[in-house]
Design a protein around this ligand. Structure first.
Ligand code: FES
Length: 202
């Protein structure tokens, strides 16, 4: 498990752009009167998307004002949930699951590939400014372990070679295909499927 550090370099100002301001205003309408503060997670996520995948302190202050709530409460939420990045990440952000099922299936080898090909330490931007990586807890795709998430996509059933191929593809400005890297359909058994064969929709 990695600890999230708050960036020492912080922009002075943050505000939602026109599109996100509209989304934020619509989002808070989803909550009953007087409960608009419950939109804090959605707005933090919106701020993260707008700000190259990380949330500066100025965005937390802006959201606190936006929702008329104390800044410390927004800060508490942003620092509690690991999905919020509190420092810049690479354009390609690799999150490697190292929880038990992925660990048993070799996630440590994926970590080694990232250390060698991206940066020696996690949460450190690569020299070419393109990548960063970190270890995370279970991403809910244990059946296809080991796996990692790159930005919004899951890459599953990996090994060191496959991960290296993925990095090479990105280096060559190609988009690697998400999903299983052992040609499984979703979480279907490998090779011959033996169950639910009589069920048309299974
Ligand atoms: S343990 Fe890795 S996805 Fe669940």
């Amino acid at each position: 498990m990695s600890l999230k550090k708050i960036s020492k370099i912080q922009p002075d100002k943050f505000e939602f752009n026109k599109i996100n301001l509209e989304i934020a205003n619509k989002t808070i309408l989803n909550y009953p009167d007087g409960k608009q503060q419950s939109a804090v997670m959605a707005l933090l996520y919106l701020a993260q998307r707008q700000n190259d995948n990380w949330i500066p302190l100025s965005a937390m202050k802006y959201i606190a004002k936006f929702l008329s709530m104390p800044y410390i409460k927004v800060y508490e939420v942003a620092t509690f949930y690991t999905m919020y990045n509190l420092a810049p990440v690479g354009k390609y952000f690799f999150q490697i699951c190292t929880t038990t099922p992925c660990m048993i299936r070799g996630s440590n080898k994926l970590v080694e590939v990232c250390k060698k090909n991206i940066s020696k330490n996690e949460s450190e931007i690569s020299n070419n400014g393109k990548y960063s990586w970190m270890e995370v807890e279970c991403l809910g795709a244990c059946v296809n372990a080991p796996m990692l998430q790159i930005n919004d996509d899951y890459y599953e059933d990996l090994d060191s070679e496959k991960l290296k191929e993925i990095i090479d593809k990105i280096n060559n400005n190609k988009t690697p295909k998400p999903g299983s890297y052992r040609d499984r359909v979703n979480t279907e058994p490998e090779k011959i499927r033996k169950t639910l064969l009589g069920n048309k929709n299974a």
